[in-house]
Design a protein around this ligand. Structure first.
Ligand SMILES: *[C@@H]1O[C@H](CO)[C@@H](O)[C@H](O)[C@H]1NC(C)=O
Ligand SMILES: *[C@@H]1O[C@H](CO)[C@@H](O)[C@H](O)[C@H]1NC(C)=O
Ligand SMILES: *[C@@H]1O[C@H](CO)[C@@H](O)[C@H](O)[C@H]1NC(C)=O
Length: 596
């Protein structure tokens, strides 16, 4: 009887120390990029910011934040004012960006409350049978590189199968985070990932501990055999150990905040103080290595996601606290890369793009300080599928001599349009065996047509359709019907303060029948819903939109759910590990990089 308690303690220690070591070790290898010189195909340089709001950028009307380099791109190119993300959250929005397809088609749209990948060691991610623009450009002779954030999964069945890894999705070179930056990556910040879930686990661990205690002390014990006592003891201790580990803070940092070069982990956990300089160095050296082109470089910024780690040069320099400092640092990095293009004489041969993966994160606050982005006049933000603030982002294109400088286009466009656009530029052919939702933007960007090819855009929140936009070409109206909207907290706040982000379903949303209808061309802030009394076209518009939904739904097929609970959870056997699991630690950059 008394043996049970020490047994629990010993088992916990043994588990922690030795048990999992035996599971696996990391096999790491390098794959070197291939390069082929092809003339006349432009280089493709894509900048994607993380969580940047449309109201945070100078050329979109912000007169206090300094983004001279992004503004310069707009001055020398085309600025889109109605550039729409396919989802209001990183993982699904980026899946759509990479594949030109709504995330619901690839299984990257969630029906539960885990709407983005939570761990490097989850089994979900961009399926291997999805085709990214990187893959197609690679086939057209491009050398393809990704520097920065991925957040599309890593492994499927072992810790080094790399089934979801960028190198398995058409990138010749990868340097960056397979996951995403988050507060847990910086020691003194309040942990961000899964705080509620971790609290629940803590509760479970208490319940298990209590059960162990009861087993040990209670009369129940006389009723079971020694063998079962031992088994119960070990399994409960194992659970206890797992839960305490899972819910501890250092765990998240160790498992998620890592940097990789190709398949090789270079820092575990990463050291944020030098990450920006490493990203910049890598982006520049990729361009220099591939100056004879053609290349695709996707600079997927870790900026401006929390914890907003900013180097000294920019710290305290902006008018908008830590968030503003971080935006200005990112703009400076854009400038450094553009300067290198100039210096290498590549400016006119490079098709350059800047956007953000979705709107600013309104609920990101540190005490009373706003540490998330600003979405200008648009309602809502990150996490909200329907409201404009979550999905309308900056979108700028530059290609001197080909795209008219200083142009502004107000037509609806999507981040999914990058896929067919760059494939067109590379001379490739779009996949014929699947629906591609993006449209080639070149005719619009060059002024050969005045109208966007998009008639309807579907605004999903996870796998739930929240709103639909109809661009009525003859009248120029842009209607948006909301079927579901989040319940704001506090009411009327325009965000879900205290809840992290707004939910997509359940008690936290309101269903609208008839839908809330707005004409964005007259009311871009979505402040006055129209009704059959105030809008003579109300019924006609709703009818058109419902027909479009029916047609859209007919094109959807059931696919494996990448964000199901099973695929989301941390699985020790999938953990990318530098060292011998669970002793994962390394720092392979040494001190070779100077600070910015
Ligand atoms: C500029 O951006 C900051 C930081 O997000 C924001 O607080 C401010 O309101 C913005 N200003 C304008 C004019 O949009
Ligand atoms: C690049 O294109 C611009 C715009 O057409 C032109 O003025 C400039 O001379 C070009 N530069 C070079 C180096 O060809
Ligand atoms: C990828 O595979 C899944 C599962 O077999 C299938 O449902 C899906 O249609 C496939 N996707 C494509 C684009 O072929």
């Amino acid at each position: 009887m008394i043996a049970i308690l020490p047994c629990t303690a010993i088992a916990a220690i043994l588990f922690r120390r030795y048990f999992l070591i035996a599971l696996t070790s990391c096999l790491l290898w390098n794959k070197s990029g291939s390069s082929m010189a092809v003339d006349s195909k432009p280089n493709i340089l894509l900048f994607l910011a993380d969580d940047l709001g449309i109201g945070d950028v100078g050329c979109y009307g912000n007169n206090t934040i300094r983004t001279p380099n992004i503004d310069r791109l707009a001055r020398e190119g085309v600025k889109l004012t109605q550039h729409i993300a396919a989802a209001p959250l990183c993982t699904p929005s980026r899946a759509a960006f990479l594949t030109g397809r709504y995330p619901i088609r690839s299984g990257m749209a969630s029906s539960n409350r885990y709407r983005a990948l939570q761990w490097n060691a989850g089994s979900g991610g961009l399926p291997a049978n999805e085709t990214t623009f990187a893959r197609l450009l690679q086939q057209q002779g491009y050398t393809t590189g990704l520097i920065g954030k991925w957040h599309q999964g890593v492994n499927c069945i072992s810790s080094n199968d790399h089934c979801h890894h960028p190198l398995n999705h058409g990138f010749d070179y990868f340097y960056g985070m397979p996951f995403t930056l988050l507060n847990n990556c910086q020691e003194n910040k309040p942990p961000e990932l899964d705080a509620a879930f971790q609290a629940k686990l803590w509760l479970y661990s208490q319940i298990i501990a209590l059960t162990v205690f009861t087993l040990a002390a209670g009369r129940l014990i006389g009723l079971v055999s020694i063998r079962w006592k031992i088994i119960a003891c070990f399994s409960l201790a194992g659970c206890l150990f797992f839960i305490s580990w899972y819910s501890s803070y250092g765990f998240v940092q160790r498992w998620n905040c890592i940097l990789m070069r190709n398949h090789d982990i270079t820092e575990q956990p990463m050291r944020l103080e030098r990450t920006a300089s490493l990203m910049l160095k890598e982006a520049k050296s990729f361009i220099k290595r591939n100056r004879h082109g053609p290349f695709l470089l996707f600079v997927s910024f870790l900026h401006v996601h929390t914890p907003l780690f900013t180097t000294e040069k920019f710290l305290g320099k902006s008018h908008h606290g830590l968030y503003g400092d971080n935006v200005e640092e990112m703009d400076w990095m854009v400038g450094e890369i553009l300067d290198l293009l100039d210096k290498e004489g590549l400016k006119n041969q490079t098709f350059t793009y800047f956007a953000s993966d979705h709107g600013g994160h309104l609920e990101a606050q540190d005490g009373s300080a706003q540490i998330g982005g600003w979405n200008g006049i648009y309602k809502g933000g990150k996490g909200m599928g329907g409201w404009e603030g979550g999905i309308r982002v900056p979108g700028i294109f530059r290609w001197p001599g080909i795209l008219p400088a200083g142009t502004v286009i107000n037509e609806p466009t999507s981040l999914m349009d990058i896929f067919p656009t760059v494939i067109h530029l590379a001379g490739g052919i779009l996949p014929q065996d699947r629906v591609i939702d993006g449209r080639n933007l070149m005719p619009l960007l060059q002024g050969r047509t005045q109208k966007s090819e998009h008639k309807f855009l579907f605004h999903y929140c996870g796998s739930y359709l929240h709103a639909v936009r109809w661009h009525q070409k003859d009248s120029g109206a842009v209607w948006k019907a909301h079927y579901v909207t989040p319940v704001f907290h506090p009411a009327g706040a325009g965000a879900c303060y205290g809840k992290g982000i707004c939910p997509c379903f359940g008690e936290g949303v309101t269903h609208h029948d008839p839908p809330l209808l707005y004409d964005l061309s007259r009311d871009p802030s979505e402040s006055q819903p129209l009704s059959a009394d105030t809008e003579p076209l109300f019924d006609t518009v709703i009818e058109q939109i419902e027909k479009a939904i029916e047609e859209h739904r007919r094109t959807l097929t059931a696919v494996p759910q990448q964000l199901s609970l099973y695929n989301i959870i941390w699985k020790p056997w999938l953990q990318p590990c530098c060292g011998t699991f669970p002793f994962c630690w390394c720092d392979k950059e040494g001190d070779s990089t100077q600070s910015l």
